[in-house]
Design a protein. Structure first.
Lengths: 433, 165
């Protein structure tokens, strides 16, 4: 039968589950519940409906399903929720995880392979969890002559910078953004500027040939593509008349900017590919020439962290493309309005009527906006992934001449188009449209 | 709150500036320089000038420091530097620094800076941009000419005779 566990016995399996249950109950009673009480006692509780939420009240409410919603709502209004769950890390990590799986499966299908197949029975959907477990349980090996502080710090700093990038992205109307910076576009540029530093420092600190070659290549590539990246966004900033990302999304209520600035969008997209080190610009990781480029010496969870950061960065760049050129959360209303009678009359189930205060949990515009934003971002991510199945890697001199001649020239053309539209009085603040 | 942040930033900026000078490892020195420049960006944030602060981060930390780092990584320190250090040189350096700082401090104190209103609202960067284009346009044109001259010069210097056209 099973090759993995030849001595499998159902009785011992059940006994181990019962053992685990026993220990869980003992630990929760002796340590868990007192810990929860202590925490509830010391943290500052919110005021809900004019009533201070004492720990006792909170526990009573948690036991009463019809009164949980206000607590959930109070939680959702906190900064912690924004950072950790919805517009911040949770959403980004979910999309990044989906991206990794779809990338492997889609590339396999493009190249007539099977791709992940065995984990989780159905088309290998648990491959990612398996890979994560493997990375966590692997030993972290640090090269003997590495510069240890920088080598340890680099993956963490990489993920941190990617998370800072994610925090700038407005996801849905109504202030669903972690950090609503007045100068959002400039903040994006400032955050992007940290990636080459971390890359080249980690490459240098490994004290090994291949990472160093990869790091130098990454530095060349990122620095030279940052310039057209910044220039290609200037057209949008001119037309929108603001640097705030939320303001830029709101300025695209009738038209997304890609309609008027297709040149800028194409330049920005190519720059995204180069900044993300995706094929055809994957020279820093060129696995057929320099092992794995600047990632060569990373092992175990350090490699996992760098991968997490890379995919967070991919999501963030795709989301910036959506915000800048594809009108962010704008789209036709497809979410049905919340049924009024549930709010006024409650839910009627035969003889039982349950009135639940605090409904609806999300308003219609926010749900709709999130759906459109995620759909557009996923589409952009798909187009970022697609070249990997199709194109070969280009030479570094072609890459640099592309970045310094063609893309910068095209982004200046884009700026002139934007200026023309602005001064003709067609678009922009006070324009016809 | 702001005082604590100010003190922390001051310690970060000055400390990492000293570290940038005193570190034996050039790489760590340039990392410390990055910390110092980042601290200056923090001061700009405290002074209600986020525009300047973000440019400080994007240009100085993100580009200039990277260029320094890159250059440092490609050279061997032993080849270009010879360690010349004795007590007298060190004392002379510290003395020179003190004289310079006292002079700058005297200039700042005797200027009108302490008559400034501290609670005035921050200047909007849009006003600065409008001023640059309307009132100070000759300065802007001169700056643009100098910068484009510098870029042209760099291109001429970097041009390769043997490269493919």
């Amino acid at each position: 039968m099973s090759v993995i566990a030849p001595n499998f016995r159902l009785s011992s399996f059940i006994r181990s589950i019962l053992d685990n249950l026993f220990w869980i109950i003992v630990l929760v009673t002796l340590a868990g519940i007192p810990a929860v009480q202590i925490v509830l006692f010391y943290i500052e509780m919110p005021v809900i409906d004019g009533e201070l939420l004492t720990p006792f009240l909170a526990l009573t409410w948690l036991a009463d399903p019809s009164r949980v919603l206000p607590i959930v709502k109070a939680l959702m209004a906190t900064d912690f929720f924004r950072i950790a769950v919805f517009p911040g890390f949770g959403l980004a990590a979910l999309l990044a995880a989906g991206t990794i799986f779809v990338e492997r499966k889609m590339l396999a299908k493009l190249q007539l392979r099977v791709g992940p197949f065995y984990c989780g029975k159905v088309e290998g959907i648990l491959q990612l969890a398996g890979d994560g477990l493997k990375l966590i349980s692997k030993e972290i090996i640090i090269p003997a002559k590495a510069d240890k502080p920088i080598f340890w710090l680099a993956p963490v700093a990489f993920v941190g910078t990617a998370a800072a990038f994610v925090s700038l992205i407005p996801v849905a109307p109504g202030g669903w953004v972690v950090a609503d910076v007045e100068l959002g576009v400039l903040a994006v540029f400032a955050v992007i500027g940290f990636f080459p530093i971390i890359t080249v420092l980690s490459a240098w600190s490994a004290n090994s040939k291949f990472p160093f070659i990869g790091g130098i290549r990454a530095l060349h590539q990122m620095i030279s593509f940052e310039i057209p990246l910044i220039l290609s966004l200037l057209g949008v900033v001119m037309l929108a008349g603001t640097l705030n990302l939320t303001g830029i999304v709101e300025s695209q209520g009738s038209f997304p900017w890609i309609v008027f600035l297709p040149v800028g969008a194409v330049v920005f997209f190519i720059c995204i590919l180069a900044e993300l080190e995706r094929i055809p610009f994957d020279l820093p990781e060129a696995e057929s020439e320099i092992v794995a480029g600047w990632l060569t010496e990373f092992s175990g969870m350090m490699y996992g962290l760098v991968q997490l950061g890379t995919y967070l960065k991919l999501y963030a760049f795709a989301a910036i493309f959506t915000v800048m050129f594809l009108a962010g959360w704008h789209g036709p209303m497809i979410v049905p309005p919340f049924p009024e009678e549930i709010i006024t009359d409650g839910i009627v189930l035969g003889p039982v009527t349950a009135t639940i205060p605090g409904l609806p949990l999300f308003d219609q515009a926010m749900l709709n906006g999130t759906i459109w934003f995620v759909l557009k971002t996923v589409a952009v991510i798909f187009f970022i992934l697609l070249p990997r199945g199709v194109f070969p890697r280009i030479r570094i001199d072609m890459l640099l001449s592309l970045g310094w001649y063609k893309l910068i020239g095209l982004s200046f053309i884009n700026i002139f188009i934007a200026l023309g539209l602005l001064y003709a009085g067609v678009l922009g603040p006070g324009g016809v449209i | 709150m702001a005082d604590g942040v100010f003190l922390a930033l001051a310690v970060l900026t000055i400390g990492s500036a000293i570290a940038a000078l005193e570190m034996r490892s050039l790489i760590y020195g340039s990392i410390a320089l990055m910390g110092s420049l980042g601290g200056v960006a923090g001061f700009f944030f405290l002074l209600d000038a986020p525009f300047v602060a973000l440019f400080q981060l994007a240009v100085y930390v993100g580009s200039i420091a990277v260029l320094i780092l890159f250059t440092v990584m490609l050279v061997r320190r032993e080849l270009i530097f010879r360690k010349v250090e004795d007590k007298r040189r060190r004392m002379a350096g510290i003395g020179l620094l003190l004289v310079f700082m006292v002079a700058v401090g005297a200039v700042v104190i005797s200027s009108g800076i302490h008559d400034m209103e501290t609670d005035s609202p921050p200047v909007d960067f849009r006003d600065i941009g409008a001023d640059f284009l309307i009132y100070y346009w000759p300065a802007l044109v001169v700056m643009a000419l100098i910068l484009s001259g510098a870029v042209t010069g760099a291109l001429v210097l970097a041009r390769r005779e043997d490269g493919p056209d």
